[in-house]
Design a protein around this ligand. Sequence first.
Ligand SMILES: [Zn+2]
Length: 69
Amino acid sequence: MNAGNKATVTPLRPKRPCPECGKPSARDTYPFCSTRCKNVDLNRWLSGAYVIPARDDEDETDGDAPNKD
Ligand SMILES: [Zn+2]
């Protein structure tokens, strides 16, 4: 017997824009739109983890910059 004939409603997931470029995300690279954006984000994250914010009270010393042309 067919008990409970429920209509299976699949809720539409709101499409999330790619956090990198704002394009609609792809399923494969969710929540990014492409592998590229995914890598960009990953790289930024990785580099950000390694970058130590240098806080030296150094003014921009522009003057003796070797100018090769
Ligand atoms: Zn993107």
